[in-house]
Design a binder for this molecule. Sequence first.
Ligand code: ZN
Length: 304
Amino acid sequence: MIKSKFLIDKVNDKYFNLKAEKYAVKRYNDDILNGNAEYIELENGLGKAKFELAKAEYQENAEQIKKLSTEVEIYKARIEKLKATLNLAPVKYACNICKDTGYAEGKRCKCYYKYLTQLALESLGVSEPEDADFSSLIQNPKLAKQFKVIKNYADNFPKTQINNLIFSGNVGTGKTELAKCVLTSVKKSDNIALYLTSTELNAIFVKMHTSEVDRNLIFEVLSDADLLIIDDLGTETIYKNVTVEYLLSLVSNRIEKGKHLIITTNLTDKELLQRYNERFTSRILDKSKSLFIPFYSDDFRKLI
Ligand SMILES: [Zn+2]
């Protein structure tokens, strides 16, 4: 079974390859720039102006500082203008936040977790669902209120009024489809959104419990996604000492971290309480952190 070192090495390999790609582009561009007499002259001029500016700053010569600052800016602008005419290869980053270094503001960048998550899910045999879009849903007038609340949550993510949404209702009321719309919308932003059916999540819990996978790593991945969607809670098999315990631990950890959670379920709040324990149910139904959204319609799925 795949262990954490394997995953981490794989992510590091990815950054190494991205860096190598960028380095090749830089080498190509440097050759063009260094063969251009005007560019060399401008770079030398910029270097001198920067040196003189540092000197003026040290001497606290306000007049010179002003003059030389302007000079530096003019050089920079001329260099950029020249570069635009030189057919340089564009530098494209897979992640614009960290520029593919894996670090941003002294911390691991989100893309690190994203790659790690992709690899982790891959290794667990879980695939992501297809993209879904709010605009493709034909709204059921009976569920207009629910639709509005959920769309609003997706549009404002992560600055939502409430972090956790529980979609509760009968089969075929469109809960999963709406959850997938939120997933797609959140994934388009710089946030990491993870979608798992409760059965998939339960299978991961079993693997964590039997140490088939690196428990800490998988727990971190599941806890740190900005949005976690657990679809169809209540359809999984309850494994003693695993299902409820791991669910509680994961959900509590996410709530403590202020992470977002969406649960869809065919169960009512009373049925949730019967199936899981009081601690778990009170956590996910805590009104200060969760919004319970009932879906009651004859057959919403027919309309979408
Ligand atoms: Zn990044």
